[in-house]
Design a protein around this ligand. Sequence first.
Ligand code: C2E
Ligand code: CA
Ligand code: CA
Length: 407
Amino acid sequence: MKSVISELSVLVTDDSLTQRQYAMDLCQELGVQALFDAANGVDALDVLDTNSVDVVLIDLEMPIMDGVELIRSIAQKKLNSSVIILSAKDPILIASVGTMAEADGLHVLGTFQKPLLPDALECSLLRFIQDTKVAAEPKKSNDTEVTALELSHALANNELTLAFQPKLTVHGLLLRGVEALARWRHPAKGMISPVVFIELAERHGMIDALTHFLLEEAFKHKRTWQQYGLRFHLAFNLSPLSLADSDMVDWLCKMAEKYGIAPAEITFEVTENALLGELASAIRTLARLRLKGFHIAIDDYGTGFANAQQLSRVPATELKIDRSLVHRAAARPQQRTILASTIDLAKNLNLTTVAEGVETAEDFKILYDLGVDLVQGYYFSKPLFADDLLNWVKNDLSQLRRQQEQK
Ligand code: C2E
Ligand code: CA
Ligand code: CA
């Protein structure tokens, strides 16, 4: 592996000469040839301004400009570097700075308590190589330029559709439900991600029309599955804007009735951050939905800043732990700690825990050990169109269970 690592350029930032030298020696032993060093944030920015650097090792405690400020500046200047964060301080602090850096848009390869171990450094540098390779693959449609006008045509022309991703019990891999995820089959631009068009719809006053269309689609599918005797739950994502719409609850009840669907078999997913805005009206809508018997999931938990108290005020039944906390937790001890305490918190609040973005057997093992209730992710199944979902239930699911039993 030395050969790939040797092509990287690395900047080591640390005010202690001994520590800096130690980290540089480790880099050299791994084969890194382009090595820079800096004793504080200001010097580090100078190096970054004049050299192309792939990876920056950042010590948090430094004079003049500390690591937290340096991270901020790297993000603001949109310097295309990935970072490894180090500190002698406690792991929770280091991990929270890592989360902050990711929220600022930086690519965080690892967060470690000192001393930096050779294996940890090697894994982080290899991750850089792996992740940049992935990023270099043909772009998904996330960057596709689409206009509000095109979206309104799409709605009228039935170009919007749904994919469904299974949610499975950790014990026994039983199919508990599916989450409906919006897709846009653009006749010329291919499949467009909801990350692009949901926001477009929200900005251009089309989110209600879109939600109405997609919800009816989802309910139609659920009715068909029920006719086949399949009674798994359906989860549906609601925009924060829908929570502010006072007519939404009545409309949702009317639709459930129209399609013969029991509210207890529907979960509405709302993101953690939706709860930080108009909290009062959001809670009113959610409380009414709960009273009607629907379930409520707090989505993307761990990406926002809701605290335990705010969480306890939301009439939720389920907590979906974001994939940024789940993925690669095995390799990041601090992340594992946060994951464990999040699961504890959810259990204390009587919430069903769902881990999103489970991609590997290692991810799954940790979640199993930590006692998560449900899992969802590519490791089990990608989101599938309705026909493929039925085939998956018929064929792939039992195979998945057999594989798991053999482990
Ligand atoms: P989300 O609700 O957090 O949905 C999970 C996203 O993670 C989906 O992306 C899913 O395809 C992806 N995913 C699932 N398993 C894995 C995994 O193992 N690894 C990785 N890397 N990703 C995984 P998708 O379908 O692109 O949706 C993105 C977001 O768009 C959703 O995030 C949700 O916030 C929003 N969205 C999707 N459909 C709707 C909708 O009908 N209405 C609204 N308001 N928002 C929607
Ligand atoms: Ca969701
Ligand atoms: Ca999510």
